[in-house]
Design a protein around this ligand. Structure first.
Ligand SMILES: [Zn+2]
Length: 174
């Protein structure tokens, strides 16, 4: 499966690009960018569930991983929550965020996670448990002895840090 940095950076960069280059007013608060990035990890919470259940019962990772949290229903839940929370604001530090957009960002991060899993390595069952139909392009068939996916993580992180330095001078904060 694609690794954590890939899952965080893909939605984060997509929302940030949209914010920087397509949405000229830059009205989108940076918190939304971060939320989309963090939500990109959310589907793999099923690995943590596997760890917890493993303490109580004999269970294999494949029984849990890429099941419920890797379906189209998972982002749909947050999309629907977004529809019903229009107009509600929540406070994050000293900023106010629109709750419906928080949910939309979570739905987006999850959706990008599903695409990455389905395209890069392995497959997902988008309609589980109602259907066992699988989508998996498996573009990374040869993981070069397990080095390719962590390598993509490293390259993405490297490029992202360079971008942050050039655009936002993050070294000032270190
Ligand atoms: Zn996953």
């Amino acid at each position: 499966m694609p690794h954590a940095v890939t899952h965080v950076l893909f939605p984060l960069v997509l929302v940030d690009l949209y914010r920087n280059y397509l949405h000229k007013a830059k009205k989108i608060h940076l918190h939304y960018v971060l939320i989309a990035g963090l939500a990109g990890l959310l589907p793999d919470i099923d690995v943590v569930v596997y760890w917890l259940l493993n303490g109580f019962m004999s269970i294999s990772l494949s029984d849990i991983h890429r099941t419920f949290t890797h379906t189209l229903f998972f982002p749909l839940i947050f999309l629907i929550l977004g529809f019903f929370t229009k107009g509600i604001k929540v406070r994050l530090y000293k900023d106010k965020l629109k709750l419906n957009w928080v949910f939309y960002m979570i739905a987006f991060g999850i959706f990008i996670h599903l695409i990455l899993d389905a395209v890069l390595a392995g497959s997902i069952k988008p309609f589980y448990p109602f259907s066992y139909y699988e989508i998996g392009l498996n573009l990374i068939k040869n993981n070069l002895e397990g080095t390719l996916l962590p390598g993509i993580d490293a390259i993405l992180l490297f490029i992202w840090l360079i971008h942050l330095e050039l655009k936002h001078k993050i070294s000032d904060y270190i």
